[in-house]
Design a protein around this ligand. Sequence first.
Ligand SMILES: [Fe+2]
Length: 161
Amino acid sequence: MDISPIITKDLLGFLKSHYPLHWDGLHGFQHWVRVRENGLMLASLNGANQKVVEYFAFTHDIQRQSDGFDPGHGARACKFIRTHLLDRIDLTPDEVNLLCLATSGHTNGKCHPDVTINTCWDADRLDLMRAGIRPHPDRLCTPQSRDPQIIEWAIQRSVGY
Ligand SMILES: [Fe+2]
């Protein structure tokens, strides 16, 4: 089933065949679905690039080798995108660069001047409650994601994991 016009069944099948960990695990498919929803919610409020947000959700953890500490997986995701996905995703070269910056940097816990990159990172961090970690406003980058109602909305969905 297609998740959206750009996250198609074909793309999902390709991603699944290249994901080294459990598809239904901590950093797998259900997490990606929630990161997409978080990101699109934020993008509807702050104007972030929705296509980049969607692709980030489904690629940022694609090269994880562990569900634990794995600081290199963001950089590997960027490499994976440039190596395997350029003919499978609907992005301009500038958008690919943005996606790569978002994936490669999402592991460092910082913020960025670009609203789309911050939205991607917040969308991921808003799903931390699945691991028992409550998202903290000080660790979020966009004013929209620091809204207590948004945090609570994300937490409720993460808890159901
Ligand atoms: Fe993630």
